[in-house]
Write a protein that binds this ligand. Structure first.
Ligand code: DON
Length: 573
């Protein structure tokens, strides 16, 4: 009775607030938008224009960063199905206007029936398809629990109002971008092969998709309405849970009602580091992002990268050697802290990082086999998504979320209209067997019932002298950590605007493979030759990351930067 009264008043209050504010603000607040945007008060940057608009509207209507986050997250689940999700999970780093930090883990977990060798046959051969496609590849989703948990603690607008824009986008449809049309067309075969009722999958249509086509997702709208009406139970119990389990049972899936009902998002200790006077706030395990980024910055602080310059042979060599060492530590020591004793303090110890810096020869590439992990006694695709939010009060959210590969397991829950993740592949399915991203792992990240798979997601917030400075993050599997590292250095060491820092071509090293991975035109021929002389080898590849970030400029204005590599978009006021 008490609770329902409270809910009733909260709903009424937020409805009245929204009504008053939207009437009031209709003329006063006009949103500023673009691939990049400069605004005075508030900013939302996401991978899709429609989602950025939903989030910014919540802020303009008086909601805070967490309200905007919830509305944005559900909107992305509709307008950005490749990575936006209710069938996946993620990590939130939140810093309120007074500098208090909270970090939320809503990562997927393995089912109770999962086992260490579940993707191996009797001879120990790994079945990669089973960990990457269909119901067998899915971990128990965390996104819905995560949104409700964060909102319970910090939200001010009734949840049901925040989910409504997503329901409208799913029911009425939205116009897809050119990139999305290309995507849906090229993945048609995979969608058909991985779904029981292809004719009901909204992303599959007769003929070719083209830019501006309307994507309507009626089943998804119904699922979102169940969540709107019944809260977390609208996803983890009742009709939605029945549909998930039915999908599992129709294949070789192992997820049960019990797995779903018992899922809980977890508040975790943030990882906090320092880089040349800046305070850096990141996500702790089961993400490796925070620990690895702090290690990279800790080693980098022993060098003068400003002086050695952006994308020069010297700088790329030094950063590659740092990355080679940090990814070796990651493979050995990082996993779900509820199952594995992650030596965070040892990995971030100043003398250890200084010793790591000393090991780097300024002119010769190390051999990865000679680079060992910290001795004390363990990975990731190309589809995930990050969004950054700063509200008009000064609260900030940095959130990365994923269903692992683009469109996750490629399997939609029939009747519920959403994609299941294929996050199980982020576990080390067998010691020494590289995952989709070539990352290695061992016991720390072995599969166990109810355990969370290791992630590289690196949502990050930076402050200077107690003031918010930057919100940053990206997708990119194993390259997430090094992309965040580069964007931070581009701003702090190479004095770039956030727009430039995000746009600059990137490189990546992850211990194994031995080679430096390079985006097209990341370095000049001359720099390439110099690096080759030092002993480096290269892999030329496509885009690395899609960073969505916000920088507080010296004049106090907010610079929102959406990555030119995608449809990413900034909206603020
Ligand atoms: O959690 C992780 O680290 C991976 N599942 C992320 C995958 C990813 O970033 C794919 N996207 N571009």
């Amino acid at each position: 009775m008490q609770k329902s009264k409270k809910t009733y008043f909260m709903f009424l209050w937020s409805f009245l607030l929204l009504l008053t504010l939207s009437c009031d603000n209709e003329e006063k607040i006009s949103l500023i938008e673009g691939k990049t945007a400069i605004a005075e008060k508030a900013m939302v940057v996401t991978a899709h224009p429609e989602a950025s608009k939903v989030g910014a509207k919540v802020l303009a209507d008086g909601g805070n960063a967490i309200d905007a986050m919830v509305a944005t997250h559900f909107a992305l689940a509709v307008v950005y199905p490749s990575a936006g999700n209710i069938g996946g999970g993620g990590f939130m780093v939140y810093r309120d206007k007074d500098g208090n930090v909270s970090t939320l883990d809503f990562r997927e977990k393995a089912s109770f029936a999962a086992s260490e060798t579940m993707y191996q046959d009797d001879q120990g051969n790994v079945d990669v398809n089973a960990s990457l496609y269909g119901v067998t590849s899915a971990g128990v989703p965390g996104s819905v629990a995560g949104m409700f948990e964060a909102h319970k603690k910090f939200g001010t607008i009734d949840m049901s109002l925040l989910i409504q824009p997503a329901i409208d986008l799913a029911k009425d449809g939205f116009k897809i971008t050119a990139q999305q049309a290309r995507n849906y067309n090229s993945l048609r075969k995979e969608f058909v092969e991985n779904n029981r009722f292809p004719e009901k999958v909204a992303l599959i249509k007769e003929g070719e998709w083209k830019e501006g086509d309307l994507l309507v997702q009626a089943e998804l709208a119904k699922t979102l309405s169940r969540i709107q009406n019944d809260g977390v139970k609208g996803f983890y119990e009742g009709v939605t849970a029945d549909l998930i389990v039915e999908e599992m049972d129709a294949g070789a899936g192992i997820m049960t009602h019990e797995d779903l009902k018992s899922y809980k998002a977890q508040w975790r200790e943030p990882i906090v580091g320092e880089y040349k006077g800046y305070k850096v706030i990141g996500m702790g395990p089961p993400s490796s992002g925070g620990v690895a980024l702090m290690q990279l910055l800790g080693i980098a602080s022993h060098f003068d990268l400003k002086n050695s310059g952006h994308q020069t042979a010297e700088t790329i060599h030094l950063m590659t050697e740092m990355e080679r060492r940090v990814y070796a530590d990651r493979a050995a020591h990082l996993g779900d802290p509820d199952f594995w004793d992650v030596p965070v303090a040892e990995l971030l110890n100043g003398s250890y990082l200084s010793a790591r810096a000393d090991q780097i020869d300024p002119s010769i590439a190390s051999k990865s086999e000679e680079v060992k992990a910290l001795e004390i006694n363990v990975v990731e695709s190309e589809e995930t998504t990050h969004y950054s939010i700063i509200d008009q009060f000064g609260n900030a959210v940095s959130l990365t979320t994923t269903i692992n590969s683009a469109y996750g397991s490629k399997t939609f829950v029939s009747g519920a209209g959403f994609l299941l993740n294929n996050e199980m592949d982020d576990f080390s399915v067998k010691p020494g067997h590289p995952n989709k991203y070539g990352l290695l792992g061992g016991a720390a990240n072995a599969i166990a019932p109810n355990k969370r798979m290791l992630s590289a997601m690196t949502p990050t917030i930076i402050e200077k002298d107690g003031m918010l400075k930057m919100v940053v993050g990206t997708p990119g599997g194993s390259t997430i950590i090094t992309s965040v590292f580069q964007v931070i250095l581009n701003v702090l060491e190479h004095d770039m605007s956030m727009t430039d820092a995000v746009a600059k071509r990137r490189f990546h090293h992850q211990w194994y493979p031995e080679d430096i991975q390079l985006e097209k035109d990341a370095i000049t021929e001359d720099v390439r030759n110099q690096l080759a002389k030092m002993g480096h080898r290269f892999i030329d590849r496509g885009n690395i990351g899609r960073v969505d970030a916000i920088l507080i400029q010296k004049d106090g204005k907010l610079e929102g930067a959406g990555d030119p590599r995608g449809d990413d978009y900034a909206v603020g006021y």
